[in-house]
Design a protein around this ligand. Sequence first.
Ligand code: NAD
Ligand code: ZN
Length: 355
Amino acid sequence: MDSLLVHASTPYSILIDFDLLSQSGPLILSHLDKKPERAVIVTDSNVAPLYLHTVQRSLEAEGIAVTPMIFGAGESSKRLKTVAQMYSVFSQAGLTRTDIAVALGGGVTGDMCGFAAASYMRGIRYIQIPTTLLSQIDSSVGGKTAIDIDEGKNLVGAFWNPALVLCDIGTLSTLTPHFFADGMAEAIKYGCIKSLSLFEQLEKQNASDFLPDMISQCIRIKCGVVERDERESGERMLLNFGHTLGHALEKYYHYEGLSHGEAVGIGMVLASRAGETLGITPAGTADRIAALLQKYHLPTSDPAPLGTLAKFALSDKKRLGSTVNFVALKTIGDAFVHPVPQSQWEAFVLGGASR
Ligand code: NAD
Ligand code: ZN
């Protein structure tokens, strides 16, 4: 079993292996300093029939009283309304601050259960059991929890670290190719910003042939960044590579038709092209990234007008003051923040990213 300790303000372990769900009870107990008496397992309507029973049985075998809470799968559930239902289930199950919430599912489940755990009784412990590639290599690590409001995605949330993360790689076998590809965009992003060797491995081999190693490398990269910048004041911004224009694309299509990973992939190509035009990214980088995205069945371009995307990007919450912190590549494996004054932003995107 691969295991790493995240040195966050409240340290926690991440365990990576096959078949962790069936051992979740003993693993949770051995990683908590105080034994919980009760647990609410939060999961969605797709994941519940696949994996709830295994986790529930393992926790109950350790003498933990389990109450499941199942919500309708999909981003549209990531709302205060569902969190409010969670509070009621937590309360009716008799959860106290010594008990636990368990997020069993993808990023929607983790973000929402994490937020409920951060706020219920001013904060209870929660366990992440991520079951999508994206949630294993991205959303379950780093302590960001959130919900969506009408005005924007992830606009309400909290920093709240899990007590433990269990990455059961076996759960990915039931993931649809579409959601697998979505996670691959983030894996490619990690290669772009921090690891040429990961990028090259993804070029030479097939991700499915070295999945545990790939997941472990991605988690280690995210952990390193998050450990050095838990509250997103500096290095963590690098994780937004491809996301400034990617988020704009998602918004342009009203979060329908183009998934997050697809949008981020296109965003990475546009960002690299802009870097090439500016002379800060070596020529050929955008094409190389595009070729890798294609290999993993991700799109590399989109007809949406760049001017409109530039405007949408300005309304993104990650813009700080009067500058856009644009993440560019010095080379593959080495990213940096290139601040663009708001007044020059549109010209920067139009002039740089178009070809
Ligand atoms: P998701 O949770 O909706 O899961 C995607 C789909 O896969 C769902 O339909 C789900 O039911 C299904 N599913 C999950 N596990 C499965 C399995 N093992 N087998 C079969 N089907 C399975 O979404 P996601 O793509 O995992 O995550 C996206 C969310 O993560 C977004 O809301 C995004 O904002 C958030 N996010 C958060 C962070 C963070 O730092 N907190 C980072 C990135 C993304
Ligand atoms: Zn992302």
